[in-house]
Design a protein around this ligand. Sequence first.
Ligand SMILES: [Zn+2]
Ligand SMILES: [Zn+2]
Length: 246
Amino acid sequence: MSFLYNTWWGPILYVIVCGHLTIMCTSLFMHRSMAHQGVEFHPVLNWAMRWWLWIFSGMSTRQWVAVHRKHHAFCETKDDPHSPVIHGWFQILFFGVRYYRDAYQDEETMEKFTKGCPNDFIERRLFIPHKMLGLVMLLLIDLLIFGFWIGPIVWLGNVLWVPFWAAGVVNGLGHVIGYRNYKVRDASHNLIPLGVLLSGEELHNNHHRFPASAKFSKKWFEFDMGWVYIQTFKLFGLARVKVVHD
Ligand SMILES: [Zn+2]
Ligand SMILES: [Zn+2]
């Protein structure tokens, strides 16, 4: 593993692979499984994804799910927590996390939209009250692997990955640019047909048309990386698909 700190491309590869895995956990666990109940994973896999998300993103499942369900319920209205149609794409692309924070601080939102979310000891005592502790641990890991000069830069890459790619690109641009397969009431678009980097979340118009579907690709030319992961987990008995629209 010495290539990680011995080559110029090692740290870049590390940030991309970790970022991809963080988006994969967000898409599979928080989004498709918890928020929309389209798929169920083995408890061990759920456990692993929750820990990964705590360390690499500092996001709480309950808070993420509440904000996301509210987005679907009130899409492109003033009650939508992060509509680029209402707030402007620039705001959501670069400051999307701020809109998340404002939304989950509202008690009514948390009460209304968190049914079925994890609320066990570890969620209540660690993941929610000590959200930033995971990111502090990640800083220590990055410093250990990459040293005092490159470590903090790598950490910034890790930490900014989800705010930019998910809260920014998917929530912001995914309601502004791209193409549409379905004329839904909201402004959702598929960003590109190949959903690889963002684990299929690029296919945002398909998702708004069939929110509960565990599979996001619809046309022959579309590819959903998240669905490939689900199929792979299924092979090993680690996933059970509950809803799918083909
Ligand atoms: Zn959306
Ligand atoms: Zn959704």
